[in-house]
Design a protein around this ligand. Sequence first.
Ligand SMILES: Cc1cc2nc3c(=O)[nH]c(=O)nc-3n(C[C@H](O)[C@H](O)[C@H](O)COP(=O)(O)OP(=O)(O)OC[C@H]3O[C@@H](n4cnc5c(N)ncnc54)[C@H](O)[C@@H]3O)c2cc1C
Ligand code: FES
Ligand code: FES
Length: 489
Amino acid sequence: MVANTIKFLLNNELVNIENLDPNTTVLQYLREEKFKSGTKEGCASGDCGACTVVLAELDPEKAGQLTYKSINSCITFVGNLHGKQLITVEDLKDGAKLHHAQQTIVDNHGSQCGFCTPGFVMSSFALHKQNNKPNRAEVLEALAGNLCRCTGYRSIIEAAMTSSEGNQDDSFAKHYQQTLVTLTELEKLPTPTLNGNGNTYIAPQNLDELATELTNEPKSTLVAGGTDLALSVTQNLAVVKKLVYVGNVAELTTIEETESEIVIGSALPYSDFIDTLHHYYPDLGDMIERIGAKQVRNTGTLGGNVGNASPIGDMPPALIALGATMTLHLKGTERTILVEEFFLDYKKTVLQTSEFIKSITIPKPIAGQTLKLYKISKRLDDDISAVLAAFFIEQDGQKITNVRLAFGGMAGIPKRGSAAEAALLGKDFTKESVAQAKAALTADFQPMTDVRASDKYRMTVAQNLIEKCYLELQSIQTREVIETRVVNY
Ligand SMILES: Cc1cc2nc3c(=O)[nH]c(=O)nc-3n(C[C@H](O)[C@H](O)[C@H](O)COP(=O)(O)OP(=O)(O)OC[C@H]3O[C@@H](n4cnc5c(N)ncnc54)[C@H](O)[C@@H]3O)c2cc1C
Ligand code: FES
Ligand code: FES
């Protein structure tokens, strides 16, 4: 059964949307339909954070609790609001009293022209809702997706550092129980759809429904977080005829661990699996923290990153280096392939019509294996890679017994450097074998020049990263030997 409506809480008011073009973003909806112009449009591409709003959702891990996430409203389709609470800057204050996230900006002189301020306030609000005593690193992480061109960041950071108190008694805390009840009721509603302007949005609730939808309408476009797809609408003015949202499909939004593997649902946002991956592969966790900013990681997914098949997506090289596999689903049947087999050519994949990515399986590390990841971009936070290098190395003593060197940004697809790998496999990891691998890399890749880097830069940096990996592993091993000697002494 489907319902031709999207229902959600706009702040504390239950709202229905019918007859609206599903290509509408949350930002357009707020400003043009609800005349709530507190949420600003800076870039319309997820880069500046001026449009930040907060979504509260039922916490799937903890019954009876809500999670609060900052998102970029400019690249979120309005249909994705169904079943959630959308919190905007206008409604933070309680009566005439400013919310602490706002008052501390005033107290710390954190605003000049004010254009960025609502976005900073909302990022700070989301942080403090989740974490009552954030440290400086957590504040910086929460604000990294918000840009300010005039105030300077010190006072804004100071404001966010001091805005802890007062979250317990804001208007959202007062309505907490009622919000839980309403969102729980919304969860039970039939599959939501939205039709407008001849375009359609549907949010299937389980795997069968999704598979049937895609079989019946093979020209549909899947959307998860929309952090890639929405740009085609906001930047290229594309119109998507039929959007199928995967974020409500229970089977795609889980993370499971077996003794040897981690299985991540394709529609699970980064924020919900980063800690698990960080635990097993610290380099991978650190790298994911550099995918976009908090707002992007709160909605962006692994399925979207891989499904987008961009040569500069950060996860595919990492997954290829790890020997990860992916489960693809088509009309009730499933197949499992290596992630590296997924990419055929620039933006071309093995996905058949109506087929979709169900999950990605990452092997857990075992002794002797190392994963090193290097993201080369102009900025540390919220920037796209010029080159992403992912090296998986298995050693028996010095001897390399297994190696996968995968790169993004070096070719039309993410791929392994097989000649460079051959120069290392079976050899000791030494300066000499590294020099051979660096030389061999020129047979593997002929990178291109674009706005992010020249072909020469890309090749040189990729070669040097192999050497960097060698030097880092040497220094770890040397340190371990010294520490063992000290202990033995
Ligand atoms: C400001 C900003 C910064 C960014 N920074 C980075 C970065 O540093 N590194 C990086 O790698 N990316 C970055 N991105 C790109 C993007 O955030 C990621 O690729 C993200 O993982 C996409 O996930 P999504 O859920 O938003 O995908 P969506 O936009 O929803 O979908 C992307 C594509 O995948 C398809 N798709 C979605 N789910 C599935 C599925 N289950 N099966 C098959 N196909 C599917 C969609 O049809 C679409 O074609 C950035 C984006 C923005 C806006
Ligand atoms: S308007 Fe810049 S991130 Fe949305
Ligand atoms: S106060 Fe002007 S952009 Fe931040």
